[in-house]
Design a protein around this ligand. Structure first.
Ligand code: URA
Length: 240
């Protein structure tokens, strides 16, 4: 029997939380972000239509906020550009700013271990990106204005990757992607939606390094993500 995504989510008991918004998959990658919206017409985001090379150039050259003055370099993202899995963190830290790759410091080592725990590897059907592409000074929390300026980059990355599932790492990524101020405790354990792409929320690896007791909950989240991905990858699922 062929099930669509809605059937599968209902089967998993997740349907009520699945907020249908404008889908990114499967046809959206080549269209302007707002092309499918009805009235009122909106101007396409400036990133709409950019390919990988142009998008990377646009990020590297970005001067849209004051973080451009303090960064060593931008941190675009890394991995399989057609990955089923997309992990989204907050912003580069000191090590990432130095090396130009996300999650390469201590938190990154834990993220690699978390991936390995569900038989995943950085770069192998996995893409890793951050909400912000530049390091906030002293690793302070990102400002709203910075997120607003950087958001189109992540949105275009997601359009290009077309991941089957996004895992939001920590409160900041979750709240940014889901446009909510709900605490992480209220967001975990449920399937959310980012423009048609399922989203699962878990703790940020840097938080887990400081709060070992919550590692068990993160493990639950990873198992949930793995089970959800299996459903999404199975031939039984087609976009609803
Ligand atoms: N924390 C993040 O959120 N992203 C990184 O790339 C590194 C640490």
């Amino acid at each position: 029997m062929s099930l669509n995504r809605g059937d599968v989510l209902r089967e998993l008991g997740l349907w009520p939380v699945w907020r249908l918004r404008q889908p990114l998959r499967p046809e959206m990658a080549s269209q302007p972000v707002h092309a499918q919206e009805s009235s009122p017409p909106q101007r396409p985001l400036p990133m709409a239509g950019l390919g990988w090379a142009e998008l990377k150039q646009a990020v590297a050259a970005c001067q849209a906020c004051s973080l451009a003055q303090t960064r060593t370099q931008t941190v675009f993202g890394v991995g399989d550009e057609h990955a089923d899995w997309l992990f989204v963190g907050e912003a580069p830290g000191a090590e990432e700013d130095k090396r130009g790759e996300p999650f390469v410091g201590q938190a990154g080592q834990l993220l690699d271990n978390m991936l390995a725990a569900i038989q995943l590897r950085r770069g192998d059907n996995v893409y890793i990106a951050n909400v912000l592409k530049c390091r906030p000074p002293q690793n302070r929390d990102p400002h709203g204005e910075e997120v607003a300026k950087c958001d189109p980059f992540l949105k275009r990355q997601i359009e290009l990757i077309q991941p089957k599932l996004i895992v939001a790492l920590g409160r900041f990524a979750a709240q940014s992607l889901l446009d909510t101020d709900a605490p992480i405790s209220a967001l975990r354990g449920r399937l959310h939606d980012y423009h048609g792409v399922p989203v699962i929320v878990t703790y940020h690896p840097a938080y887990l390094l400081r709060n070992m007791m919550d590692k068990a909950k993160a493990w639950e989240d990873l198992c949930f993500a793995r089970a959800t991905m299996r459903q999404l990858q199975s031939g039984r699922v087609s976009p609803s």
